[in-house]
Design a protein around this ligand. Sequence first.
Ligand SMILES: NC(=O)C1=CN([C@@H]2O[C@H](COP(=O)(O)OP(=O)(O)OC[C@H]3O[C@@H](n4cnc5c(N)ncnc54)[C@H](O)[C@@H]3O)[C@@H](O)[C@H]2O)C=CC1
Ligand SMILES: O=C(O)CCC(=O)C(=O)O
Length: 445
Amino acid sequence: MNAAQVVENLKCRFPNEPEYIQAVSQVLPTIEEEYNKHPEFEKANLIERLCIPDRVIEFRVTWVDDKGQVQTNMGYRIQHNNVIGPYKGGIRFHKSVNLGILKFLAFEQTFKNSLTTLPMGGAKGGSDFSPRGKSDAEVMRFCQAFMNELYRHIGPDIDVPAGDIGVGGREIGYLFGQYKKLTHEWSGVLTGKGREFGGSLIRPEATGYGTVYFLLSMLSTRNIELAGKSVLISGSGNVAQYAAEKCIQLGAKVLTLSDSDGYIYDPDGIDREKLDYVMELKNIERGRIKEYADEYPNAVYHAGERPWGEKADIALPCATQNEINGDEAKTLVANGVIAVAEGANMPSTPEAIEAFQSAKILYAPGKASNAGGVSVSGLEMSQNSERLSWTAEDVDNRLKVIMKDIHDNCVKYGTESDGYINYEKGANVAGFMKVAKAMMAQGIV
Ligand SMILES: NC(=O)C1=CN([C@@H]2O[C@H](COP(=O)(O)OP(=O)(O)OC[C@H]3O[C@@H](n4cnc5c(N)ncnc54)[C@H](O)[C@@H]3O)[C@@H](O)[C@H]2O)C=CC1
Ligand SMILES: O=C(O)CCC(=O)C(=O)O
């Protein structure tokens, strides 16, 4: 394989999908050497078959808003690769959603799910519908309309969606209810369900907690403790909230949270009580993070900015893709940041990753550090199949084991000759090799 040439070909075939090309361009150079040790891969044109999704499903979603007006949105499901298990990955509802963004997420998900040690293929889906500013009834009608098409493409052994940006417990409940109505069957077809109907304990916490468990493993390679360290977190949704919760529990000082309008900086640190306020604000009242500064006057709200100019020991980007650019990464490094663990998918631009790696700080790509969410989704699938519910302690312990395993695999495949652990390369090679071997075993299909 010539990575640059494969990327160039994909760019010509998919010229309007910059995020997808970005994700592929980040992965291929890191696996090129390992791939080329296996001439049988090239003979089977494995790389093209791995980069191009198995299936792209695109549909119109029609629903009626509270004023009685008929609205249309686009719906998508990208079924990327199912060689190691049923397609699996979240659904995103956000106005920015398009095919290229979902294709990058599905591509990344395939490598991530491979790393989890569980049998799950990769997928992603979503819509350009934004739940922001919509009533509960509108969100419900939209979810029902979305499922009216999606249901024929998914199933507990076919494709198991879950949440992502804009899709939390409320949306999963409505999607599940409609799937059940349409198919006349109860099955574990979605994960992130409510506890009362087959959801797993710790699934809401899992992505944020898992990111911090991964961070702990990274820090331990340099004998550094998390307690007492200051942390910048972006986002204030599911991943950010539980990353903050775990940092607080472990004695770190969380200084920032953000949303798409700006960020808050709290010099006193966000403690348990303040985090409860954020959870209520974001999950129940569906308000904006700027209200935090009204509630806690010592905090400062920065409209239209991201938190990366603040000084801290650790950065956990937990909002969205490309939210740290090269200059912001250089600022973080200059301000003494020692570790960056991505809770979001692809939050660092290629220039930012380059800045972290050339400064030799600890840097974990999302497909490794945020894999806790989909891992516990995999555990939810197991519990649904068994018709059992495990305790929170049991699930949390399994999550810790999985995150440690992912970390150790990154160390195995990513340690460079000078001892620096290139977690990006390690995650890509480890994730790739498992999928590649399964693809070879299953023939040219
Ligand atoms: N929920 C999950 O289990 C997993 C989520 N992720 C990733 O984590 C990230 C956050 O997802 P969730 O917390 O689930 O979503 P969420 O919808 O609960 O929260 C998203 C947060 O990001 C902020 N945000 C969205 N777009 C933004 C933009 N353009 N600029 C600045 N802030 C923006 C929102 O204001 C919100 O605070 C995404 O990249 C998602 O793909 C990754 C693994 C699993
Ligand atoms: O839990 C899942 O299936 C998907 C989580 C997800 O969307 C992700 O890992 O990015």
